[in-house]
Design a protein around this ligand. Structure first.
Ligand code: PMP
Length: 426
């Protein structure tokens, strides 16, 4: 079906607001590794999709799913070794305080589990998030979406400005000793905690993406997350790391919280876990998970299934067998350095941030005079890159960041082809 007809039918059957990428939307019919093919046979390098983390249609993962689907798939009220093995393997990838797992089917669901778990464990109701966060779309979780720092109508949610070094808040009052990291942001956190205390709302948790991905992948002031976690704990709250985007070697280390140097109490994972099969998890100490299970009797029809287990274990096998953690660290460092080298050539290309195979290219109106964000400029680059066969998107707090986040199996030769195309766009 041609694209114009398909768009018209889609608008009728799915509703007009269902988002699409690109000025000329793509009809993708096939994927293999980091390549995607459209209905006319044009091939694109996928520099955007983190869900198929070990590559589109990875044969090992497809085979594991096919074999399991042909053997058994059933809900979780029967014993099955493989789901316990997946939980075992996940816990082994974290510190010793992460001992048990609640599986779910989406990042939203796993964040909802985490928030409820934090409320049960602390007896608190209050959540602190960043002002440009996205953690999901359920009634509870979406209350943390783009919450203005001035918000007061929701008594249980307060936001703080996301910590960044490109457009930092001014250093605040002198109450903080010199050299204390990210003090302006920590002052905002203190204020949010104090506000809850004043209004008699006990704190449940700080919930943040470990690398502030949706915010635009900022350079987080050194030590900020560690100190923030300390203050949240002192106020009786827990720290929830949303690793839906940050986890699974995306930054060149297993977890974004390693890259940002803090220790969460609860870890939420999703997108890459099943390489496309819906699979997510909320992991925490046995005590936290037991309290949660006891109070909620949580059951999720499609979660903890043998099919989820097959996909989840196969993804972990591939990451281990193909050495993707170090591959991502090495190729990511190479790509970042090459992109930094291109910055001088362009008045609007102002910053390269991120780690591993998750990079953010900051687009501004004019980096000499005015660092104000240029979302339209970023969109133009994204569309030019698409026409050259490279799929990216614009994102971040100001929609002015070009997001480079390919499957983890991107190869150096493909990265080089992208660098050439991007240099031509500049
Ligand atoms: N957390 C983060 C950081 C996300 O980026 C997203 C989705 N973009 C979610 C949670 C929600 O995940 P899902 O769409 O699977 O519900």
């Amino acid at each position: 079906m041609d694209n114009a007809t398909l768009i018209a039918k889609r608008n009728l059957r799915l509703g007009v607001g269902a988002p699409l990428f690109y000025q000329q939307p793509l009809q993708i019919v096939k994927g293999r590794g980091v390549e995607l093919e459209d209905e006319q046979g044009n091939v694109y390098i996928d520099l955007y999709n983190n869900v198929p983390c070990v590559g589109h249609a990875h044969p090992y993962v497809v085979d594991a799913q096919y074999r399991q689907a042909g053997t058994l798939n059933v809900h979780s009220r029967y014993l099955h070794e493989d789901i316990v093995r997946l939980a075992d393997r996940l816990c082994a990838l974290h510190d010793a305080n992460i001992e048990s797992v609640v599986f779910a089917c989406s990042g939203t669901e796993a964040n909802e589990v985490a928030m409820t778990m934090a409320r049960i464990a602390t007896g608190g109701q209050g959540f602190i998030c960043s002002n440009k966060a996205y953690h999901g779309n359920s009634h509870l979780v979406r209350q943390l979406t783009h919450v203005p720092t001035t918000q007061t109508h929701n008594a249980n949610v307060r936001s703080i400005p996301f910590p960044e070094s490109f457009r930092p808040l001014e250093a605040p009052n002198q109450a903080y000793t010199d050299g204390m990291p990210g003090q302006a942001y920590l002052a905002k956190l203190d204020a949010a905690i104090a506000d809850f205390q004043q209004r008699g709302v006990p704190l449940a948790a700080l919930l943040v993406c470990s690398i502030f991905a949706n915010e635009g992948l900022p350079d987080i002031p050194e030590g900020f997350m560690q100190e923030a976690a300390k203050r949240v704990h002192a106020a009786g709250g827990l720290v929830i790391a949303d690793e839906v985007q940050a986890g699974y070697c995306r930054t060149g280390t297993w977890w974004g919280y390693d890259a940002s140097e803090f220790k969460p109490d609860i870890v939420v994972t999703g997108k890459p876990m099943g390489n496309g099969l819906p699979l997510s998890a909320c992991a925490a100490s046995q005590d936290l998970v037991n309290q949660y299970r006891e109070r909620t009797r949580y059951f999720n029809t499609f979660a903890s299934s043998p099919l989820q287990a097959a996909a989840g274990n196969a993804v972990l096998d591939v990451i281990e067998n193909e050495g993707l953690e170090s591959h991502v660290a090495d190729l990511g460092a190479y790509l970042k350095q090459a992109l930094v080298g291109l910055m001088d050539n362009h008045p609007q290309f102002a910053d390269v941030r991120g780690q591993g195979l998750f990079l953010a290219l900051e687009w501004v109106k004019d980096k000499q005079d005015d660092r104000s964000p240029d979302a339209q400029g970023a969109v133009e680059v994204v569309n030019q890159l698409k026409d050259k066969g490279f799929l990216t998107s614009n994102a971040g707090a100001y929609s002015n960041v070009i997001k480079i986040r390919p499957p983890l199996v991107l190869q150096k030769e493909q990265a080089d082809r992208f660098l050439t195309a991007f240099a031509e766009c500049l």
